[in-house]
Design a protein around this ligand. Sequence first.
Ligand code: IMP
Ligand code: MG
Length: 178
Amino acid sequence: MDTVTFKGLEFVPYLTREQIAEQVQRVAAEIRRDCKSENPIFLCVLNGAFMFAADLFRACQMNHAEITFIRFKSYEGTSSTGKVREIMGLSEDIEGRDVIIIEDIVDTGVTAFQLRQMLLGRNPRSVKMATLLFKPESLQLGTPPEYVGFEIPSKFIIGYGLDLDGEARNLSDIYVVK
Ligand code: IMP
Ligand code: MG
């Protein structure tokens, strides 16, 4: 893997597709082990989590599980704006159901907190969060995610769904800013 450049910033290889696939399998096994119901509803937070969600949802091998999508935006460039905008809401009824949020990354925790509050207001049986990446040192609000692929330092990363102003989502591996 080589260095890549986006919007004038240089990025170096950080996590390979093989390392990612391994953690996806582990997280999926943990979810399967813990989930009490036959048909939980997975909630993919667009845009960043789409690739992780596709892999995780398949890896869970829960034939009666459903998946749906919601869209939030908080980042501009390489930092959080501190404000979360809901761009596409939730249409499904989640009352009495086990909800598993799928996030690409938990940074300040603002998105996760706001999303959990919104979901809890709709009386689900449980709400848990699976995130591929977690920056524990950046967490300002709410509880840590229940399922974590990788804990990473507070540096900006791209690839495997994660973007820099819309670019770099297609990369199969994850890169960190140099
Ligand atoms: P939070 O609300 O600060 O926890 O950030 C949530 C969202 O910001 C994530 O779901 C990502 O979409 C985006 N984000 C946070 N850190 C990064 C990063 O290092 N690279 C790309 N996007 C990020
Ligand atoms: Mg996200």
